[in-house]
Design a protein around this ligand. Structure first.
Ligand SMILES: [Zn+2]
Length: 524
């Protein structure tokens, strides 16, 4: 008989810290990656009696219950060579119950992750014949009721023969295609994806002797795709330097830019404390026009190490992956990252000034004509990330979409312009970033914040009724997009019938006419 949920919860509360103190061994066999299936084996310390194990449900950076539970398959539980029955919870599809027999203290669990839909939220497959992306949340179970920071994993992988890998994890032993990593908390494991490929390149972005180090790990469909131009190399090096100047501190021990170049796998960018896991088009390094389209992706994901990972909205700073997330401050988490990422794309040279303006004009024009502005305040697009994220484009003007990204960019541009105006050019968002995201450099940690913390930091820099401004922009409906930042900077959104380069290429790439008239901003 299964205990009642209340009794069961009490047992879990008592046992969870004991179980969490022991290390879970995890081996992932990636040799079948080209067929889009990963085979995992876990050794989980347990005690006699009812044990509940959970599969991560709420995935950081996705901000929603996107843990790929439907793709979890081939589950087999054994102890001392005997098969142990398991049972999925009646209500929680992410929870599994096992009745551990007497004298058994270790469960051997085998499971497979089908990766035809990647677990980084990109939609497409996680692997091809030449590249793979391992997000550990797709291959782990952990004791229910534990804090992810308290559970230790000793991870290892077997790579497809001859493939090379990149990850922020520390390898401790390599034997052919077998790699072992230092034991880490579940928090760090899920924060440290691994990419690998048969065509692979590692590029140092830091100068010799510089600390922390920055490395770009590139996995591609062919060697030809790996030919980064000296101009792009200089831009990525400058991106690192620009973030140092902007934030004044780094909250990682070392940083890995994990960049996959492929048209075969799901396109995504997913942020982490010590790495980002981004996918660009196969030829984005060798086709300058395609590279331009992706110019702001890596800067955006890099900014998240400060804005999103180190400073995180309290509702997204959850203690494990079963706790629901609250997305109401995503206009800061994503909107400010969009603003800073695009700025850094220009400051580093990945975009020209003109391309930055084109992108901003496209954003402003698209938002200014969203009919759904009349019924849906911006904050509701953030709270609704769970339901909006995977919706298609149909009726998106009336429905609104993940508008907290682009409209957040406009709001933060406006905030920046007010800071500059109020202080006669003495202060700007650069000061906000240093104060809000800077502090002491060191290993990853999370400092949660609420709306009032954002307002307080702004007021420390320049007194203003920031709370009212932000409530108006975020919580109220409005018929037009907030273009105050563009206009206060001396620019104006105008429409012409001649497409600029960025829009032309966007149209060619996605084969959709996004804007019937082509927006641009002109200096007033
Ligand atoms: Zn983002």
């Amino acid at each position: 008989m299964r205990p009642s949920r209340h009794l069961y919860a009490c047992i879990q509360l008592f046992l969870a810290p004991l179980l969490a103190a022991q290390t879970i061994r995890l081996h992932v066999d990636l040799t079948d990656a080209p067929r889009n299936i990963y085979h995992a084996h876990l050794e989980i310390p347990v005690h006699e009696g009812e044990q509940a194990l959970v599969f991560p449900k709420w995935i950081p950076g996705n901000h929603r219950p996107s843990g790929p539970i439907g793709a979890l398959t081939g589950i087999r539980v054994e102890a001392a060579g005997r098969t142990i029955p398991w049972r999925r919870d009646d209500l929680d599809m992410y929870e599994f119950h096992v009745n551990v027999p007497a004298h058994v203290n270790l469960l051997d669990i085998s499971l497979d992750a089908i990766t035809t839909h990647d677990s980084a939220g990109g939609g497409g497959p996680a692997a091809s014949a030449n590249v793979l992306d391992l997000n550990w949340n797709a291959v782990v179970l952990y004791p229910a009721g534990t804090l992810s920071a308290d559970v230790t994993f000793a991870p290892s992988v077997t790579l497809p023969s001859g493939w090379h890998f990149g990850t922020a994890l520390e390898p401790t032993k390599t034997n052919g295609d077998e790699v072992e990593f230092s034991p880490v908390s579940l928090t760090t494991l899920i924060d440290s994806p691994l990419i690998a490929g048969s065509h692979f390149r590692k590029i140092e972005l830091s100068k010799p002797g510089e600390s922390p180090t920055h490395v770009m790990d590139l996995a591609a469909e062919s060697d030809l795709d790996l030919a980064m131009s000296p101009k792009d190399l200089a831009a990525y090096q400058k991106l690192v330097a620009e973030t140092g100047a902007l934030f004044g501190a780094r909250h990682y021990r070392h940083y890995d830019f994990l960049l996959t170049l492929s048209d075969q796998v799901g396109g995504h960018g997913l942020e982490h404390h010590e790495s980002n896991d981004s996918v660009e088009g196969e030829r984005s390094l060798v086709d300058p026009e395609l590279g331009m389209l992706y110019g702001a992706l890596v800067p955006h994901e890099f900014v998240h190490s400060w804005n999103g990972k180190y400073r995180r909205p309290a509702g997204l700073a959850t203690p494990n992956y079963q706790e629901p997330m609250v997305g109401d401050l995503l206009w800061v988490y994503e909107g400010l990252t969009e603003y800073l990422g695009n700025l850094l794309a220009e400051r580093s040279g990945l975009w020209t000034e003109e391309q930055y303006h084109e992108a901003l004009a496209g954003t402003a024009a698209a938002l200014d004509h969203r009919t759904g502005r009349t019924w849906r305040p911006l904050v509701d697009t953030a709270r609704s990330v769970q339901t909006l994220r995977m919706m298609g484009p149909q009726w998106s003007s009336w429905r609104r979409s993940l508008d907290y990204y682009p409209e957040g960019e406009l709001i933060w541009l406006e905030v920046d312009s007010i800071l500059r105006q109020q202080t006669h050019g003495q202060k700007s968002m650069n000061d906000f970033c240093r104060q809000f995201h800077g502090g002491q450099s060191g290993p990853p940690k999370v400092i949660p914040y609420k709306f009032d913390d954002v307002v307080k930091t702004l007021n420390d820099i320049a007194p203003y009724d920031w709370a009212q401004l932000l409530h108006e922009r975020v919580d109220a409906t409005s018929t037009h997009a907030p273009l105050g930042g563009i206009e206060r900077g001396g620019w104006k959104l105008v429409y012409t019938d001649k497409p600029k380069r960025l829009h032309r290429r966007r149209r060619k790439t996605i084969q959709v006419l996004r804007f019937l008239v082509l927006p641009r901003i002109r200096r007033r």
